[in-house]
Design a protein around this ligand. Structure first.
Ligand SMILES: C[S@@+](CC[C@H](N)C(=O)[O-])C[C@H]1O[C@@H](n2cnc3c(N)ncnc32)[C@H](O)[C@@H]1O
Length: 198
């Protein structure tokens, strides 16, 4: 589901970019299990800062960054520094039906994306499908109580199929043969996590 104007303004700005680059990227990097991740997929890339973080901090040689919204892909292409043009490929793709082969990627990244899915379980199954055995899934997501907050509900638009609590999410990871390697949970608000396939 595409972002409404409010959410686009809070995700596509220099403050959010700085947090992604200086807080979330380094934190997730430390939680991972490898020194590098040669081939990476990002779902819901938005304005493209995630692709830069993956390139700079995760030892990626090639990154495919995807989003369902062609306008977001256009912004991401415009924001990409010229020196990353060979390394990063942006594509319009639905994370619930990825146009990628099985077991292709060393890592998949979701920076605040699954809660935008009409069916987050479908997207998680797709992520598990395209990860290599031993590949890692890096993600940060808000949890149901946060999404049900009156202010959040008033200002943003999220599909009911994108809501989950921590236990539901952990069970679904297990069902898709992804085990949690490392996790930070901020109460019932959000999780930052790295899972490993197999
Ligand atoms: C909250 S934004 C996060 C953007 C970026 N990852 C960030 O952290 O700034 C969620 C993004 O997911 C995208 N999105 C929503 N539904 C999607 C889907 N089914 N498949 C792929 N991307 C989707 C939206 O267009 C939006 O760019």
């Amino acid at each position: 589901m595409k972002l409404n104007l409010f959410e686009r303004l809070i995700t596509d700005n220099p403050v959010r970019a700085s947090i992604q680059r200086n807080v979330e990227g380094p934190m997730l990097r430390k939680m991972g299990g490898r020194t590098d991740y040669p081939l990476c997929l990002e779902i819901g890339c938005g304005a493209g800062i995630g692709a830069q973080v993956i390139s700079e901090q995760f030892g990626a040689q090639k990154i495919i960054s995807t989003d369902i919204d062609p306008d977001q892909i256009k912004r991401a292409v415009e924001n990409l520094p010229p020196e990353l043009k060979e390394k990063v490929e942006f594509r319009v793709e639905d994370a619930m039906a990825l146009d990628e082969p099985d077991e292709k990627f060393d890592a998949v990244f979701s920076f605040g994306v699954l809660h935008h899915m009409e069916d987050w379980k479908k997207a998680l199954a797709e992520i598990a499908r395209v990860l290599k055995m031993g590949g890692e899934f890096f993600f940060e997501e808000p949890l149901r109580p946060f999404l049900r907050n009156v202010l959040v509900r008033t200002l943003t638009a999220h599909p009911a199929g994108g809501e989950f609590d921590f236990n539901e999410f952990r069970n679904e990871l297990q069902r898709n043969a992804i085990s949690i390697m490392n996790m930070k949970r901020i109460k019932n608000i959000a999780i930052f996590c790295v899972g490993k396939k197999g």
